[in-house]
Design a protein around this ligand. Structure first.
Ligand code: FDA
Length: 299
């Protein structure tokens, strides 16, 4: 990470929220459900699919998980009413995983059951390493309860991921493969860029060979190009995979992927609790230091 970006990352918690919000707004559809719906409509018109995410994580209060659960149920309804091509993504800690695992499971089960009734799909995002086992357990429990309209996320930076992927493909899991965003210890996670990329491609090859459905979630040209080569090599049908990108990131590359005939899904977050998500995105922006400096001094 360039030195100026490192410096801004350190002082980010002290920068006023209004400034962070100004710079980070490209990553968020807005604060209301209608904002998210409008963005998804626009993406659908451009031939892209979406996954909607109600912002909010690390919830420590059971009452709040109920509000979030109901909010996600409303998203599913709106997707249906507006005939949108979108599913939803949920974070286990927003459903109560860290308060009470049964509460978390109950909320997830309610959402997946409703999605199933509406013919929709729920992606369970992967959070930091303290939640990996519990998240995979929740996923397997919901599958054992008879639901197939759900999938998990695997983070290529985690050293355990190859073992996880080898088990998941045997279970015909629908997997989103990403690099991983949380700051994990070197003992459990790869840290070097090329190591993470190499592991990403190893995992992708295992998934492709097993014939499991995969969401190739990355903006990294190196990985996108290698993934396209593998798709050709294995002669995959375009229904067997999709590319995935985050709202506000690499839009030209996103358009090019669609123009080349691949399916692509955009992650569309919205909601009032935008801060934690937005700062994670900002830290990944190679131009963050410049954007923040500009927002502070050029107003
Ligand atoms: P990398 O960070 O190297 O980015 C490649 C290039 O893309 C950069 O050089 C830059 O040009 C551009 N870029 C990337 N991020 C940018 C930004 N914020 N602003 C501007 N430019 C940017 N993680 C996780 O731990 N759990 C999860 O559940 C998910 N879910 C998820 C869903 C989807 C659809 C995506 C695309 C990603 C995730 N992630 C995630 C995040 C993922 O783990 C990772 O942190 C980011 O995708 C960034 O990694 P890249 O592979 O894009 O490479």
């Amino acid at each position: 990470m360039p030195i100026l970006n490192q410096l801004i990352t350190t002082v980010l918690p002290f920068i006023p929220k209004t400034i962070v919000g100004q710079v980070a707004k490209r990553y968020i559809a807005g604060v209301r459900l209608s904002d998210g719906i409008q963005v998804v409509k626009n993406l659908n018109e451009k031939g892209m699919m979406a996954t909607m995410d109600l912002l909010g994580e690390d919830i420590k209060n059971a009452g709040e998980t109920e509000l979030i659960r109901n909010g996600i149920l409303s998203i599913l309804q709106s997707i249906k009413v507006n005939k949108l091509n979108s599913n939803v993504s949920v974070k286990p800690t927003q459903l109560g995983l860290e308060i009470d695992k049964e509460l978390g499971y109950h909320n997830l089960n309610t959402i997946i059951k409703e999605a199933d009734r509406l013919g929709n799909f729920v992606r369970i995002d992967m959070e930091n390493a303290t939640t990996t086992d519990d998240t995979l357990t929740m996923y397997r429990r919901i599958r054992a309860d008879g639901f197939n309209n759900t999938g998990v996320v695997i983070q290529a930076y985690m050293r355990r991921s190859e073992t996880d992927v080898r088990s998941l493909v045997k279970e015909r899991a629908n997997i989103r493969l990403c690099k991983g965003i949380y700051n994990e210890l070197q003992s459990i996670a790869y840290k070097k860029q090329q190591e993470i990329r190499n592991n990403y491609l190893t995992l992708l090859e295992i998934i492709f060979k097993a014939g499991s459905y995969v969401g190739i979630a990355t903006h990294d040209d190196y990985l996108i190009d290698r993934a396209c080569e593998m798709i050709q090599k294995f002669g995959l049908d375009k229904e067997q995979y999709e590319f995935q990108m985050l709202l506000g990131v690499r839009e030209k590359r996103r358009d090019a992927i669609v123009q080349n005939g691949h399916r692509l899904r955009v992650y569309v977050p919205f909601g009032e609790k935008w801060y934690a998500y937005s700062t994670r995105r900002l830290k990944e922006n190679p131009h963050m230091a410049w954007y923040i400096t500009k927002a502070i001094f050029i107003r």
